[in-house]
Design a protein around this ligand. Structure first.
Ligand code: ATP
Length: 230
């Protein structure tokens, strides 16, 4: 479903990713583990098209998507939940969520809203409220729901659990399991990998802008423990 080969990302003189290659097969949930600054967000952002690749290729469903804009990549079936609870603060909760399903027609939007507000009743309770007025955890849910509202084929989640209370981690985990049951392919990053390891099938360990290891969840758990990511 996703094949990244020899990807390089630079910010001015800083090399954030160096010859990074990863693969995510259809229906897999793949975890990128690594400390702060390892390059996880740069990889996710290059895949969705928010940062340019200096070299390398990104193939999605067999097609080289390197020249497509982020908007085109989203329309081709990618959903993206950024790190750090990014919502449109003055827009209502419902509008925030449904910007993800923008352009997909009323029926698809209603289906997305009905499902998401069933999973997260808070969305229905706060539907009309400006998203900027919600708590941090609630804003994270809104950003996450927005990524899911287009029912993407590939869901990119950048640190979905960062700074969240256990109750929110459990609810987001439930929603991720429901996406998995629908056949969604997922690429997610985590610094604190413990809850994410329960959801993933495979993983990669990143450090210093490079992929250092890859393996099954059990192997990644052992490696991450040894390297103190848990
Ligand atoms: P975090 O968990 O903090 O997001 P990360 O593993 O996602 O870490 P990146 O955010 O991809 O890592 O950062 C990789 C490297 O690129 C770091 O050295 C970081 O300082 C640098 N970097 C990231 N964004 C920029 C930017 N916009 N301008 C300059 N350097 C950047």
């Amino acid at each position: 479903m996703l094949a990244v080969e020899n990807l390089e990302v630079r910010y001015g003189g800083i090399t954030a990713l160096r010859r990074v290659s990863i693969e995510v097969g259809k229906g897999e949930t793949v975890l990128l583990v690594g400390a702060n600054g390892a390059g996880k967000s740069s990889l996710i952002n290059a895949v969705i098209g928010l940062v340019p690749a200096k070299a390398g290729t990104i193939r999605f469903a067999g097609e080289d998507i390197g020249i497509l804009s982020a908007d085109r990549r989203a329309r081709a079936g990618m959903g993206y939940s950024p790190e750090g609870r990014r919502v449109f603060p003055t827009m209502s909760v419902a509008d925030n969520v449904l910007t993800g399903a923008h352009g997909r027609g009323k029926k698809a939007q209603k289906e997305a809203w009905d499902w998401l507000s069933g999973v997260f009743p808070m969305l229905e309770e706060r539907a009309a409220q400006p998203a900027g007025q919600l708590s941090g955890g609630q804003q994270q849910i809104v950003a996450f729901a927005r990524a899911m509202s287009s029912f993407p084929d590939l869901l990119l989640l950048d640190e979905p659990f960062l700074g969240l209370a256990p109750v929110w981690i459990a609810r987001i985990s439930d929603a991720i399991r429901q996406m998995q049951a629908r056949g969604t392919t997922i690429l997610m990053t985590e610094q604190m990998a413990r809850p994410a390891l329960k959801l993933a099938t495979r993983g990669y360990i990143m450090r210093g802008g490079e992929v250092r290891r890859s393996g099954t969840v059990a192997e990644i758990r052992d490696l991450a423990l040894a390297e103190e990511y848990l």
